[in-house]
Design a protein around this ligand. Structure first.
Ligand code: CAA
Length: 258
């Protein structure tokens, strides 16, 4: 399907979604977020797709929600229109793995969208920040909550209260990104990792994602209990039998995603 504000490309079993408003540093306007939601609906329903990479361009992953589009909104516009909740949260509900490949600016809503993905691969040029306070607002798509869980209270508070950006090195040290790759290798690396994940048992991957995400939503004891139940459930997959048989027989597994 063709979209106006994003590109979607299939590279084998991996779908690469590229945010495409370069004239506005990929600012996330309503039309772009509607495109992103529609693309995720489509890709989740497509059995050819094993994993998704979400990226921007070399200057910006995304410089946040579109300030010019939002500047004249009222409280009632936001509330009645269900701003953010309406389309943005589709990403965190995606059951297939989504890797954010971030080069350049990931600011405000851009940083928040990256944090909604399963993990962030950063180019050495990446810059992360929650600059909303400088606009007289606060983060609105989970930044106060997710950034704090990623990097801890002190750093999150400093970033949210001052709007200061972190570079890729600091983001890796702080645990915001899984690793840093040279900018020119970013997409290649992201697609490589996504392809590796897509070759594994799809239901096991989805169960692993759901279980890790449970760590953010519950107590340790309840999270471990949930994990144990999901672990037991993986033994209902024929992929579990295949994966273990392949190990014992010293061969590559042939997963059937069931
Ligand atoms: N919304 C709308 N337009 C934006 C934008 C945004 N978030 N970010 C950049 N643009 C536009 C600029 O207005 C400019 O457009 P024009 O050429 O028409 O003037 C174009 O993109 C290029 O930007 P700059 O000229 O500013 O480029 P730069 O290299 O000098 O600076 C930047 C880059 C540091 C990212 C700077 O553009 C910037 O600070 N952007 C705003 C970042 C921001 O405040 N983000 C938070 C938004 S609020 C939010 O996201 C709320 C939420 O939680 C949901």
């Amino acid at each position: 399907m063709a979209y106006e504000n994003i590109h979607v490309e299939m590279l084998g079993t991996v779908a690469v979604i590229t945010l495409n408003r370069p004239q506005a540093m990929n600012a996330l306007n309503a039309a772009l977020m509607a495109d992103l939601k529609a693309a995720l609906d489509d890709l989740e329903g497509n059995p050819e797709v094993g994993a998704i990479v979400l990226t921007g361009n070399e200057k910006a992953f995304a410089a946040g929600a579109d300030i010019k589009e939002m500047q004249n909104k009222s409280f009632v516009d936001n509330y009645n229109g269900n701003f953010i909740t309406k389309d943005w949260e589709r990403l965190e509900q995606c059951r297939k793995p989504v890797i954010a490949a971030v080069a350049g600016y990931a600011l405000g809503g851009g940083c928040e969208v990256a944090m909604m993905c399963d993990f962030i691969l950063a180019a050495n040029t990446a810059k992360f920040g929650q600059p909303e306070i400088r606009l007289g607002i606060i983060p609105g798509s989970g930044g106060t909550q997710r950034l704090t869980r990623f990097v801890g209270k002190s750093k999150a508070m400093e970033m949210v209260l001052t709007g200061r950006m972190m570079d890729a090195e600091e983001a890796e040290r702080a645990g915001l990104v899984s690793r840093i790759v040279p900018a020119e290798k970013l997409i290649e690396e992201a697609v490589k990792v996504a392809t590796e994940i897509a070759a594994l048992s799809r239901p096991a991957v989805m169960m692993a994602k759901e279980t890790v995400n449970r760590a953010y939503e519950t107590t340790l004891a309840e999270g471990v209990h949930f994990e144990r139940r999901m672990f037991y459930a993986t033994f209902a997959l024929s992929d579990q039998k295949e994966g273990m048989a392949a190990f014992a027989e010293k061969r590559k597994p042939r997963f059937k995603n069931c």
